[in-house]
Write a protein that binds this ligand. Structure first.
Ligand code: 0RA
Length: 681
């Protein structure tokens, strides 16, 4: 036994050359602490392996050599990345006696493209080098076409299995890297196609003119994607605004190198930062700002984004003043004003990026701010001069945002000043209940004055309050939410709830623990319901979370036969009721004929079926008694409790309904999304 072990050891050491030991030492830290190099050994870290290899190919594309990159997802969780760049150099270094390829693959090196004159823009977890991928792969193979030959080398966990060998001749150039992530390192080694597609599409936008293919060969049916965008960031903008209306005929675009003025001796190269930015304004109020440093998405922004924003605010204000859009005594547009509806992409290339923060997702270099602000300012001034019509639309949009901001602030202050909690200033339209105990009190928000009247008469005033809202006003308003707060109808509602709004909102003060939206079952009703759900979702979310918000369900039909009648809350229910009536009738008729029972015959004198079906088009068609019986009486009514998911959907719908695009709105109204689920009787 002992001898055996010794022999094995001897054998092992003897097969390792000095070079191998060096290599092992070189990559050992990566296997020991993978998180330091790829962030984590979870799903993100796993995918980082692909990004790392593709980054190298993209560098070749940015340097003007590669045009095509292909990523193949193979069986056994292998990935193959192919490019038509120059190929990793294969020549033997005279001192180390190793191929450049082996050095690149088996040595940890920080940034600086080995042997190349083109600077590799690297930083943070990115650009750690393809050797890191090698170290964390149970197997890897690199094939290079270069210098007239085809060369191959394979590795296991970063250790070369043989010397680089020439296996053929070729007049082309390029690199193929195939790897299999190491199960010992990663918790899960299955790749996620969507993640890969999303990332590579984004990269294709950022690197104009490169074609990136993704082929998923893991299943029987092979899946193929290809991304190629001639427009770069402009194509990216098109993609981001695919479903939104834009207000500029011409989008803004700039791409420029910013060179810092030379102070140091001539020997030191002046720092250069490449700045690329594009934006367009949409009709929306939503802001979309994407920023990248060295093609790495900086989700937390940073100095480049700050520079962009300052340029935007300053130049738009200057232009608006110079052209009389803002008068001398009026105040400037704020940063928020100029960003409403903005869809912007900022992408910079910088030599030594500093990625900061918890997730390393914020750029920290102060120079990036100076460079971006300067490049964007200059280009934006020129853009506004050259495109006065786009400029006019942009400024109008910003001024509207400023107006809305001031109106919302004023409205909020009025609502707060009105002091809802004193109980003295409850709105006149509100028919309050007698009880002051919120846990038993109910508030019906009713569409329209006429239904409101029926509700007020039909309710049980001991615990039911009714607040009619005039739907028409809300409807024509096409209201932005901040405008809505200025609206008297909504103000009444906020006061009736008694819990204030904004920072002062206190859900413990809500005066009713059942707040019931009661609207017609038509398009207007759906519209108003959406508005109200959105209002609650954005300003009183806890009302929904606590389960206080409900939707009343009035019946759709009244079915009457003789003195008996039934209410149906759906078409299916209506059909069922008619079926039952018919069945009962037939039974009665056949009984009567068989037994010729006189008593029976007296009770149903008519033999023809006489059913009257009334379709309710609105709440207003019901008299107070009917409204009580069908919709308000806790013993018989159907209420649907609103969930956060329902309200979220309504919030999304709100944008569709309020937006300027007609098509999605039409579609919504036609399909009439069902926004409620939970049943509560
Ligand atoms: C080092 C130097 C040069 C290119 C590369 C590496 C290179 C690496 C990868 C990884 C995937 N694809 C790649 N393509 C190229 C420059 C070589 C020269 O100057 O000719």
């Amino acid at each position: 036994m002992d001898k055996n072990k010794e022999e094995k050891n001897t054998q092992k050491t003897s097969t390792y050359t000095a070079k191998d030991i060096y290599v092992l030492e070189g990559l050992e830290p990566v296997r020991k602490r993978p998180g330091m190099y790829i962030g984590s050994t979870g799903v993100d870290g796993l995918h980082h392996l692909i990004w790392e290899v593709v980054d190298n190919s993209i560098d070749e594309a940015m340097a003007g050599f590669a045009k095509n990159i292909r990523v193949e997802l193979l069986k056994e969780n292998k990935v193959r990345v192919t490019d038509d760049g120059r190929g990793i150099p294969v020549d033997i270094h005279p001192q180390t006696k190793k191929s450049a390829l082996e050095t690149v693959l088996c040595t940890l090196h920080a940034g600086g493209k080995f042997g190349g004159e083109s600077y590799k823009v690297a930083g943070g977890l990115h650009g750690v080098g393809v050797s890191v991928v090698n170290a964390l792969s149970s197997w890897m193979k690199v094939e290079v076409e270069r210098d007239g030959g085809i060369y191959v080398q394979e590795y296991k966990r970063g250790v070369p299995q043989y010397k680089l060998k020439k296996v053929g001749t070729s007049s082309k150039t390029g690199t193929i890297v195939t790897f299999q992530p190491d199960k010992e390192i990663f918790s899960k080694i299955e790749f996620d196609k969507k993640k890969i597609i999303d990332h590579l599409r984004q990269q294709a936008f950022l690197v104009k003119g490169v074609k990136i293919e993704v082929i998923d060969e893991r299943e029987e049916a092979v899946d193929y994607y290809a991304f190629y965008f001639e427009g770069g960031l402009l194509s990216f903008l098109d993609y981001l605004t695919e479903f939104t209306e834009v207000i500029q005929e011409v989008p803004f675009y700039v791409s420029k190198d910013f060179v810092f003025a030379e102070e140091a001796p001539a020997s030191k190269k002046a720092e250069t930062i490449q700045v690329e930015a594009a934006f367009v304004y949409s009709n929306d109020t939503e802001i979309q700002e994407l920023s990248f440093a060295n093609n790495i998405y900086t989700s937390d922004g940073g100095t480049h984004l700050t520079g962009f924003r300052s340029a935007l605010t300053r130049v738009l204000n200057d232009y608006a003043r110079q052209n009389g859009y803002i008068k001398e005594k009026e105040e400037n547009l704020t940063g928020d004003d100029v960003r409403e509806g903005l869809v912007a992409i900022v992408s910079i290339k910088i030599k030594e990026p500093q990625f900061e923060g918890q997730t390393k997702a914020r750029l920290g270099n102060p120079s990036a701010r100076t460079a971006t602000e300067s490049v964007v300012s200059e280009a934006l001034k020129e853009f506004l001069e050259k495109n006065p019509s786009s400029a006019k639309n942009i400024i109008a949009k910003c001024l509207l945002a400023a107006k809305a901001r001031r109106a919302a602030k004023a409205a909020k202050e009025t609502v707060l000043r009105r002091g809802p909690l004193e109980g003295l200033s409850l709105p006149g339209k509100l028919a309050d209940c007698i009880s002051k105990d919120p846990s038993e009190s109910e508030l019906f928000i009713v569409e329209g004055d006429s239904a409101g009247g029926s509700g007020k008469q039909g309710r049980d005033r001991r615990f039911q309050a009714v607040l009619p809202l005039r739907g028409k006003i809300l409807n024509v308003e096409k209201a932005r939410l901040d405008k809505m707060l200025a609206n008297n109808e909504i103000k009444s509602l906020v006061i009736a709830l008694g819990a204030a709004i904004g920072n002062d909102f206190n859900p413990d003060k809500i005066r009713y623990h059942k707040i019931i939206i009661m609207t017609d079952a038509d398009v207007d009703g759906a519209h108003i319901r959406t508005l109200l759900l959105t209002l609650f979702y954005r300003y009183f979310r806890e009302v929904i979370e606590r389960g206080y918000l409900y939707i009343a369900q009035p019946p759709l039909y009244k079915i009457q036969k003789g003195k008996e009648f039934w209410y149906a809350y759906s078409d299916a229910e209506k059909d069922k009721i008619i079926e039952q009536i018919t069945k009962k009738h037939q039974e009665t008729v056949s009984k009567k004929t068989k037994k010729d029972d006189q008593k029976e015959a007296k009770e149903s004198p008519e033999s023809s079926l006489n059913i009257n079906i009334q379709r309710y088009k609105g709440l207003g068609e019901m008299n107070p008694q009917q409204l009580w019986e069908t919709t308000m009486n806790p013993e018989t009514r159907i209420l649907r409790q609103v969930t956060i998911a329902d309200a979220q959907e309504a919030d999304r719908m709100f944008d569709i309904l309020m937006g300027e695009k007609v098509e999605p709105r039409k579609h919504f109204i036609q399909s009439r999304a069902v926004m409620v689920k939970n049943l509560d009787i």
